[in-house]
Structure formats: structure tokens, C-alpha cells
Design a protein around this ligand. Structure first.
Ligand code: FA5
Length: 342
């Protein structure tokens, strides 16, 4: 048995050294580690090995299995590296001496969407404000009615800096500063990059963009909020968009809503954009909580207002029919070219 293990090892080493593709590595893995492989057979049949030798044979067979796993892993990495180098040297070789007219680049879909929204909002009398990417804990949480130990902090897995500040998890972090700067009445939007420690998937990134908006004045109501959002989204999608509100919880608004739009691509008939669900969740919003107004130096008995936090990255995804958010941050020119951005 021990001889057999030794022979198997030599055989694998030889085959491994001749392999040139990932498919062959995988085939070799299945051949030597798959359910019907000799290594697995040896392990399965240990009970038939003479008792005095069983432990030693078991250890050798197990260590062979581990060695093969390691070899397969190393080979895969080595081939990946070689494939990358070959790609760079052949199909993706960049000749920096070529004239540049043909690839002058374009704006990113998120930038284009952001600018479009800014145009629409400024035409409705909103100012465009800037927010910080590194924020104080106070601005990101306390000033929007999320005190320490409030359970709502769990909804946004936060990147903390050593000095106690945070990478802004939401554009709402700028609400307080803007209220203090302008007072009421106030109409402002503030787009920005946000960061959360997310499990990444096609619609979740750890770095993404939101566009926040606030309108504060005497007698501002939910009807104003619905009107603004409907007008805005109809402009964005260049057609009359139907919206609906569902209850949603955010500590800085009361009442709070999730605003959905009827899928502008299929008019609610069902398509892959709305995942055949008719409605698309697009923009949490609500009437600004009196505590938040107070902290911003605005008298809630005199003024009321609405706020919304549009998912800008997701809106750009919809506008440009991009089905995976992660491409947006990939800096891969091939992906950006496919986005059909003019
Ligand atoms: C908020 O961030 C609230 N600050 C929004 C708000 C503002 C509510 C004002 C009320 C009043 P939420 O966590 O749901 O809420 O995020 C808002 C939008 O940002 C989401 O609808 C989504 O479009 C986008 N978003 C959130 N997390 C991610 C992520 N990891 N990747 C991409 N987009 C995201």
C-alpha cells in the first residue's frame, strides 16, 4: 500500500508538471481526489489494512491528499498568473505611442446620472451641497436622531477610523450641517459617496453613491414630497412615472416611507429590471423628524420638511441597464465601454 501511495505521488507530480490549462488541472483534481479516485479508495479501504500498519498508511494517504490539494491550488494560481501576463502581452497590450483621439473616454454613468438630477433639482430651486466622506459620529448618527446604542445603527455596518470618525454610511450625515448653515426655508440636494461593510452582490457595494434631498418650509407636506419625486423621476426616465409609498422605518423621519416606482421599462407588465415584481424600490424618504429639525436649529412648530435618500448608483444601473453594481467600481475600461455611455 505504501508503495502504491509513493507511485501515485510520482505519477501526479509528473502529470502536474505537464499541465497547461485550468481545465486540465480540474480534470487532474477529479482524477486524483474525486469520489472514485485511487486516493479516496485507499482511505475508504483502510479498515482492510493490517492493523499494525493502518495508522501509518492512513497518515500517508491523508498527507498525499493534502499535498495534491496544495499542488492543485498552486498550479491554478500559477496558470492564472501566466494567463494574465499573456493577456497583457497580447490581446490587451496598450500601445501608449498611439494617438489618443479614439479613446478620449467618457463620463461615468453615475456622474452623468448625478448631473442630470442636479439639473432637474436646480431648475426647481434646490441648491447643490457637498458632504464629507469622513464624518464625525455625531453627524452620521446622533444628529439624525440615531443616538449611541440605538438598534438602527445595526442597519448600517460602519467603517470606523481609529480617531473615532466614520466613513459616511449615508448622505443624511450632511443634513445637520446644511440646516445649521442655511436655516429655514431650505431646499437642498447633496449627492455623495457612502461606505458600508456589506456582503457584496449584484446590488450591494461597500462603496456606493446616494443623493439626498431636503425641502423645509412652512406647511411642507407629504403631498409635496410625492409631487417632487414624481416630477423628478418622470424627468429622469423621460416619461410619466407612477409612484407609491409604503411605510418604512428611519429614525430621522416621521412618518417614514419607501418610495417605489412602477417599472418604467415594462409599465408594470413584468420584466427583468423589476424582476417581474411590477414595482421597484427606489428611494427611502419621509417627513423630517422634529428632533432633527431642532438639532439643526430649526423650530419644528413653525417649519416642516421632507427628506429623501435616493440610491444614485442603483438608479444609474437601471438607467443604463447594468445588471451588476460591482462593474461600476471596477475601473475596467471594457465594462465602461459596454455601458453605452455617450
Ligand atoms: C438610507 O441610507 C437613508 N439615509 C435614506 C433616507 C434619507 C431615508 C432621508 C429617509 C430620509 P438606506 O440604507 O435604505 O437608507 O439606503 C438608501 C438607498 O441607498 C437604498 O435604497 C439603495 O438604493 C442605496 N444603497 C444602500 N446600501 C447600498 C449598497 N450597499 N450598495 C448600493 N446601494 C446601496
Amino acid at each position: 500500500m505504501e508503495e502504491k501511495i509513493l507511485k501515485l505521488k510520482e505519477e501526479i507530480l509528473k502529470k502536474m508538471s505537464e499541465i497547461k490549462s485550468q481545465v486540465d488541472v480540474e480534470n487532474l483534481r477529479v482524477e486524483y481526489l474525486g469520489k472514485k479516485s485511487e486516493v479516496v479508495e485507499i482511505l475508504k479501504n483502510l479498515k482492510n489494512v493490517e492493523e499494525s500498519k493502518r495508522k501509518e498508511v492512513g497518515e500517508k494517504a491523508n498527507s498525499l491528499r493534502q499535498e495534491i490539494e496544495k499542488m492543485v491550488e498552486n498550479k491554478k494560481e500559477e496558470l492564472k498568473e501566466l494567463e494574465y501576463v499573456a493577456r497583457i502581452e497580447n490581446s490587451e497590450k496598450i500601445d501608449i505611442s498611439l494617438p489618443t483621439e479614439k479613446s478620449i473616454g467618457s463620463l461615468h454613468p453615475i456622474t452623468i446620472t448625478e448631473r442630470e438630477l442636479e439639473d432637474i433639482f436646480t431648475s426647481m430651486g434646490f441648491t447643490v451641497e457637498d458632504g464629507n466622506e469622513v464624518e464625525t459620529e455625531y453627524n452620521n448618527f446622533e444628529a439624525v436622531n440615531v443616538p449611541k446604542y440605538h438598534p438602527a445603527r445595526d442597519m448600517q455596518d460602519t467603517f470606523w477610523l481609529e480617531n473615532g470618525q466614520v466613513l459616511k454610511t449615508q448622505t443624511s450625515a450632511a443634513q445637520n450641517k446644511i440646516m445649521l448653515k442655511y436655516g429655514a426655508p431650505l431646499k437642498a440636494i447633496f449627492p455623495g459617496r457612502c461606505f458600508r461593510n456589506e456582503a457584496l452582490d449584484a446590488s450591494h457595494e461597500n462603496t456606493f453613491f446616494q443623493m439626498e434631498g431636503m425641502m423645509i418650509d412652512k406647511d411642507v407636506s407629504i403631498a409635496n414630497l410625492i409631487y417632487f419625486m414624481k416630477t423628478l423621476l418622470s424627468e429622469v426616465f423621460k416619461k410619466d412615472v407612477e409612484v407609491r409609498l409604503r411605510p418604512g422605518y428611519f429614525p430621522f423621519v416621521e412618518p417614514g416611507f419607501e418610495l417605489d416606482i412602477k417599472c418604467p421599462y415594462c409599465d408594470g407588465e413584468g420584466c427583468k429590471v423589476c424582476k417581474h415584481g411590477t414595482w421597484i424600490e427606489l428611494c427611502p424618504c419621509g417627513m423630517i423628524h422634529p428632533n432633527v429639525l431642532k438639532m439643526g436649529g430649526i423650530d419644528p412648530d413653525k417649519y416642516s420638511g421632507f427628506a429623501f435618500g435616493l440610491g444614485l448608483s442603483r438608479l444609474a444601473m437601471m438607467k443604463y441597464s447594468i445588471n451588476d453594481l460591482r462593474v461600476m467600481n471596477s475601473c475596467d475600461v471594457r465594462a465602461l465601454k459596454q455601458m453605452n455611455v455617450k
